[in-house]
Design a protein around this ligand. Sequence first.
Ligand SMILES: Cc1cc2nc3c(=O)[nH]c(=O)nc-3n(C[C@H](O)[C@H](O)[C@H](O)COP(=O)(O)O)c2cc1C
Ligand code: SF4
Ligand code: SF4
Length: 294
Amino acid sequence: MSQHEDGARITISSETCTRCGRCIVTCPRKLLVREGDEVRSVADLSLCIECGHCVAVCEPGALRHAAIAADATPDIGDLALTDVQLEQFLRRRRSIRKFKSKPVEPEKLDRLFDIARYAPTGKNRQGVLHTVLTADRIMTLERTAAQFYRKLIGRLESPIGRWLVGRVVGQKNLGELLWGLGDLKRDVEQVERGEPTYCHDAPVVVIVSGEASSTIHEDCSYAAYHLMLAAETLELGTCLIGYITAAAARLKAVRDVAELPPDHQVYSTVAIGYPAERFYRLVPRREANVRHLS
Ligand SMILES: Cc1cc2nc3c(=O)[nH]c(=O)nc-3n(C[C@H](O)[C@H](O)[C@H](O)COP(=O)(O)O)c2cc1C
Ligand code: SF4
Ligand code: SF4
């Protein structure tokens, strides 16, 4: 992992260290050990993922990690968020499909990304890229995605094409595509007429992408959801645009609109803007689908 090439260094103050052993227990890489009466790091820290668990768990602040600036590790504080508050907050977020034409201030966007970067990533890779599209670039994105859907519609309308699509996506997904064929056609025609469609005329569209890794799909999804939740606190609304994500997965031209690095795949697309619609009620969802096995 390139971020670790310079070798992470850990120092533990023997004056303030209480020998509680919490850092030993919490390190996901088992890089802290007890040696006699002392706690120290192993000599080879090349497996360190710089997650900062060791720093965060050390109550007296005895442990320092060269890759984690001491002035960037303030006390965690006492955030008393109840389950009821969190549930309200999560339930209040709704997909926004009508936006004001008001642009989103660059400082607000900066703040969103600043918060989203705390989403978890596999092995703490932090390899998620957010590409911000505005103005005409969004319509270009839609037009390019519509080319993909125009072709798909052509296939779905011919028996042999339908059979081929079924082979690729499976019968269940084919059924879903055929069920939504009318919408698919309407949307493509709208885009071809130059009308903003897939991204709901949002002033900002964020393409969330990353280089292939065993967890990049999840990394990008969690980052996107963090972005969506952060937006709620800044009076912004969001909507995931699966139509664009799906088209980008299959058509390079869609990815090219976002000028992505060649080895990047798109895992989420988020439309962002000031909501021009407001919701007054929470609505129910189905009961949680949970199984307990022992
Ligand atoms: C993976 C994924 C893709 C989605 N794609 C779209 C989309 O292309 N267009 C859209 O308007 N909404 C899209 N949505 C939003 C869902 O329709 C929405 O989350 C769902 O209906 C629940 O409503 P809520 O977000 O208001 O709670 C997508 C959601 C997810 C999770
Ligand atoms: S930063 Fe994480 S992986 Fe590295 S030593 Fe500390 S706890 Fe272990
Ligand atoms: S968590 Fe801090 S105080 Fe406890 S053993 Fe590790 S370095 Fe020492």
